[in-house]
Design a protein around this ligand. Structure first.
Ligand code: TYD
Length: 206
């Protein structure tokens, strides 16, 4: 039986996920919770190699890219996430399958049926207990993001489609996904995130 909890962070470029996930991990650890902070792509030694290719190699086709994200996730879920959940960890994951849905269906325009099938297979049907979607308009997000990866170099229209994809996911999965306005200050956004997570983990808002 699964004892831990999987909380995923999602959003477009420059939405502040990485900052907030680290702050939340620190906070939960201060509350004596066992926390595993991880990310996709690149949450396993095998995945680190895939991450380098995925973020830099501009020759990779959309289908090959999808298959690499799926391979990264299959390994990550089996070797890292599931064992940690069994041991009772709160697993905080920077990006998970909603990124595949938003980037590969909306961004890359791959077939929704194909992407969904690969998401199901690669995640071993493991759904997050909670997903925090940090939303910011595309222009402001890209201004905040350092341009390092081939994704950040994509056109504005690509990022607009990805944002629309994420917002559709939030609308369709209201029980799992909480939409957070990430244009607010870091401390306000972090406060909101902590309240939501406290309610989920400890069963109350305090
Ligand atoms: P990363 O440096 O982790 O981005 P960020 O700092 O914005 O979180 O790079 C991950 C990139 O990979 C990001 O641009 C989104 C993309 N991605 C997909 O296209 N599909 C996926 O399934 C995942 C997990 C990420």
């Amino acid at each position: 039986m699964r004892k831990g909890m999987l909380i995923t962070f999602e959003g477009g470029e420059g939405c502040g996920k990485s900052t907030h996930i680290k702050l939340l991990a620190k906070y939960l650890r201060s509350k004596m919770k066992k926390v595993l902070l991880t990310l996709e792509p690149g949450g396993t030694p095998f995945g680190k190699g895939l991450r380098k290719i995925l973020l830099n190699d501009r020759t990779v086709s959309p289908l090959a890219e999808l298959l690499l994200f799926a391979a990264d996730r299959a390994q990550h879920v089996e070797k890292i996430i599931k064992p940690a959940l069994k041991k009772g960890y709160i697993v905080l994951c920077d990006r998970y399958f909603d990124s595949t849905m938003a980037y590969q269906i909306n961004g890359r325009k791959l077939s929704a049926g194909l992407v969904k099938l690969l998401v199901e297979i690669s995640s071993h049907d493991l759904d997050p207990d909670l997903t925090l979607l940090l939303d910011i308009n595309v222009k402001d997000g890209l201004k905040r993001a350092e341009v390092r990866t081939k994704f950040e170099k994509e056109k504005l229209a690509f990022h607009k489609r990805v944002r629309k994809g994420f917002l559709e996911i939030a609308a369709k999965n209201k029980r799992r996904v909480v939409l957070i306005d990430s244009t607010k200050s870091i401390s306000d956004v972090q406060k909101e995130i902590r309240e939501i997570c406290k309610a989920k983990i400890f069963g109350k808002r305090s």
